[in-house]
Design a protein around this ligand. Sequence first.
Ligand SMILES: *[C@@H]1O[C@H](CO)[C@@H](O)[C@H](O)[C@H]1NC(C)=O
Ligand SMILES: *[C@@H]1O[C@H](CO)[C@@H](O)[C@H](O)[C@H]1NC(C)=O
Ligand SMILES: *[C@@H]1O[C@H](CO)[C@@H](O)[C@H](O)[C@H]1NC(C)=O
Length: 351
Amino acid sequence: MAITLILLVLFVPAVTSKGSHSLSLHATYIKGNTLFPEYSYTLMLDDVVLGLFNSKTWTYVPRGNTTDEDNVIDPQHLHTVSKNMYDDFVERWIVMDGGNLTGSLQVHQKMVLCELLNNDKPGQMMTRSASKGLTTDELCYLDGKFYYQGTSYVTQQELEPYLELSKFFHENVYYPACINTLKNYLKKRGNQVNRKVKPRFKLIQKAKLDGESRVSCLATGFYPRHINLTLFRDGQPVSDHEITGGDLLPNDDGTYQMRKSLEISRADTHTYTCSVTHLSLDNKLDIYLEFDHSEPFKSLIPSVLIVLALVLVFGTGLIIYKCRRRRAVIASIKNDYSSACTSEENMDAAS
Ligand SMILES: *[C@@H]1O[C@H](CO)[C@@H](O)[C@H](O)[C@H]1NC(C)=O
Ligand SMILES: *[C@@H]1O[C@H](CO)[C@@H](O)[C@H](O)[C@H]1NC(C)=O
Ligand SMILES: *[C@@H]1O[C@H](CO)[C@@H](O)[C@H](O)[C@H]1NC(C)=O
């Protein structure tokens, strides 16, 4: 279970604000007796997987539309990146764990990301490391400045030469290479990440068992993922603390969905509407209420059936809840990335 969760973090799509793009690499190093390869990574353009690498075969396998993509990444360059990152993991494992071979499972991860802003201006480059699912340190390169933040496992003296070297490599190698590769991938896969798919949506009110009602605004099947869904009561936005949901969830086909719900009493006479803004829509769209008249449960149903149904509802509810949680965790990590370099904390730490 722990492993599945940790590995899921690997597939966190890269974060970009509206109109910007990112290239990101998500690497995992596992030391211990598992079925997983010791070392693997995923390369992504925004939230699209470009290819996968694992240490069992020590090869990188492109994914999806690879027409004419061979020249985007220099194989020699890719090999160097793969090797360097692997060495770094091994070194980190030795430092952090004293090479403790008797120790149980060790999982280290690294995420490297660079951005191109809407105006084609190169944005930040970031490297974030994590151990056992927790972020340990973060390097950020932005506008020629270099920021470091972390619960470092080495002393300040040991750290400084490493940072100096890191800064040099960022300026002269990593950053230009990453931005360049990103630009080249955008030429190949621009259509895919710049596509706009309209959401399907509805606003429904449904009676609940306890005599209350739930108003839900749903949008699904949209791309890109940035969307604003706002519930209104008599024309006034309903405040966030009354609302449940709002997590961005992925669909199987690469699009996204979002739901926002509000609990109301059955006697509530307010007028509810929902509005959606999305890149695929020229204007804000207002959605009006549809009633779902299906009775929650008829009193005629024998009580045994009610109990059975409740058990079922509870059971599936729990499963759905668990899946949601997992996706919500992923979504929140994504949000973290987007704010990483610009948060005041970081600036303070750097100055
Ligand atoms: C090695 O790992 C074992 C099991 O996790 C632990 O009990 C022990 O303290 C570790 N030794 C060192 C030196 O970290
Ligand atoms: C695949 O990539 C090629 C070359 O960039 C492009 O012409 C083609 O439209 C793409 N196909 C799909 C299905 O995206
Ligand atoms: C959502 O609302 C925010 C704040 O008003 C705005 O900056 C952003 O562009 C909106 N996003 C979309 C997809 O409309």
